[in-house]
Write a protein that binds this ligand. Structure first.
Ligand code: ADP
Length: 487
């Protein structure tokens, strides 16, 4: 039972709801009974007080009893048979004791019964209350010792029946118990009905979600007509499905592109290996040519695999090691490292650092980013220059890699960052490349919270602009780094 309650939201909601309601109803009923008890008791007390005060007033003023006149001493008047009947009623009983605590008069309804002696220690004038048990039931008893005009004392004792009001209370309690039992049934049934109707859509949603397998990511729940929390949950799920579908499609595309790119060098290697097996001994020229082709293609394979690994590392995001890094320092290093191939092509490769912004980044990945862009610029530029410029702009560090090469046509500009994308020009002119360099640049920029774009470098050429978040207080950090480097 408890395991069932624990595992089902419906049971839990219904149980807590029912328990809460029943506790509230029970508490209200208990308060009602207590209030009723107090009310009835107060009524009985008011009644004995009224009678007691009445008699006490007469004794204190020594005024005559209503029925007699003032010819007799007051205690004699009180003790005369029948005189107490003026205050007695079917629920009110009166007894007068003398100063020594013996009954000297009582109302007729007491018959042979007495309230029992109060004793003589009670102080004069003080009213005390208690209960007394007589054969027919319980009574509230009010006692008051009074001084008589002749110096003696009497005790005026007035009692009111409690058994009748106890009976009223008992009946009320009985009635309330029946109401409570009915309330239990109604509340439990209502709780389960409410919980069921509230939970039902969750069950429907779960079934709909379960029905969508990984092969059907194009399906949607389509619950946007519901404007409540469940509608929003379903919407979020649909959006997640859309992102998953997109991600899966990208991965499929990547795998098909990657296998296509890997297939070409593998095919060449395979064909050359077969030729070597057949003719290597008889044709030394062919052997040399095949070995060269195998060497080139395996180097291309290694580049592709390295590129894919870097891409995967850059995409993994969270676990890359970050440190404060002077972007201009990295750019200057890359320019130094790539001077040889630039000079070999007759190009001017230069670094122009206007500012020294600091980025919080993985040094190896940022170096890879700058290297990829600079290598591309050198690779695609036949004459002129390649210029790296680093500057700070507000919260951002900006790196421009500008060349005087052929530039990129505007429609190709949005694709150059796709994996394995190469423009027709670079394919047809058989320029070495994997088509992964710019995809890696974009991944690295993104993982550091930045971006990259390709712009035209008029009148001819391209500018690749990388924007990375700069660390605040860049100047101070730069000064600290400079000081650390020079010391
Ligand atoms: P790869 O250089 O290996 O071909 P990239 O991803 O680095 O792959 O570049 C993708 C394509 O973008 C290149 O094939 C080329 O057509 C184009 N491209 C990249 N950099 C330049 C550049 N500086 N000038 C002209 N075209 C470029």
């Amino acid at each position: 039972m408890f395991a069932l309650i624990g595992s089902s939201l419906r049971w839990r909601i219904a149980t807590w709801y029912a328990l809460l309601l029943l506790v509230v109803i029970g508490a209200v009923m208990a308060v009602l009974v207590v209030q009723l008890h107090a009310l009835l008791f107060d009524q009985a007390r008011a009644q004995v007080d009224r009678t007691g005060n009445d008699i006490a007033g007469i004794v204190e003023r020594s005024s005559p009893l209503p029925a007699i006149g003032d010819s007799m001493p007051i205690e004699e008047q009180l003790t005369m048979p029948g005189n107490l009947e003026h205050w007695a009623s079917p629920t009110t009983y009166i007894q007068i004791d003398n100063g020594d605590g013996y009954p000297i008069a009582k109302s007729a309804n007491l018959g042979a019964m007495t309230f029992g002696s109060l004793g003589t220690s009670e102080p004069l004038g003080v009213v005390t209350y208690g209960t007394v048990q007589l054969p027919f039931g319980e009574l509230l008893l009010r006692d008051q010792r009074l001084r008589l005009p002749d110096g003696g004392a009497i005790v005026v004792r007035v009692a009111e029946r409690l058994d009748l009001f106890n009976e009223t209370l008992r009946r009320t309690r009985e009635l309330l118990s029946i109401v409570f039992a009915l309330a239990v049934v109604a509340v439990v049934a209502a709780s389960f009905a409410i919980a069921s109707s509230a939970i039902r859509p969750i069950g429907e949603l779960t079934n709909a979600m379960r029905a969508i397998s990984s092969h059907e990511l194009d399906r949607r729940l389509g619950w946007s007509h519901r404007r409540d929390e469940l509608g929003r949950l379903a919407d979020t799920f649909d959006q997640m499905l859309a992102r998953l579908e997109e991600g899966f499609a990208r991965e499929r595309q990547f795998i098909s592109d990657a296998s296509h790119e890997l297939k070409t060098p593998l095919t060449v290697i395979n064909a050359n290996a077969q030729m070597l097996a057949r003719w290597a001994d008889s044709d030394p020229e062919l052997r040399a040519e095949s070995l060269r082709a195998i060497g080139e293609e395996s180097a291309a394979l290694a580049r592709i695999v390295n590129g894919m690994l870097t891409l995967a590392k850059a995409a993994s995001g969270d676990d890359i090691p970050r440190e404060p890094l002077a972007l201009d320092g990295v750019a200057a290093d890359v320019v130094r490292a790539l001077q040889a191939p630039a000079i070999a092509k007759g190009l001017i490769l230069q670094f122009r650092g206007s500012d020294s912004p600091i980025v919080f980044a993985d040094a190896n990945l940022v170096r890879q980013l700058v290297t990829n862009l600079t290598e591309n610029a050198i690779k695609f530029t036949e004459q002129g220059s390649v210029t790296l410029d680093v500057r700070a702009s507000g919260e951002w560090a900006i790196l421009d890699v500008a060349d005087t090469g052929p530039g990129i046509e505007s429609e190709a500009r949005s694709h150059v960052f796709d994996r394995f994308y190469r423009t027709d020009k670079s394919r047809s002119r058989a320029i070495e490349g994997t088509g992964l360099g710019l995809a890696i640049v974009r991944s690295i920029a993104r993982v550091h919270g930045g971006s990259v774009e390709a712009l035209p470098n008029l009148p001819h050429g391209s500018i690749f602009r990388v924007t990375l978040p700069a660390m605040s207080g860049t100047k101070n950090v730069s000064a600290v780094l400079d000081a650390a480097l020079t010391s």
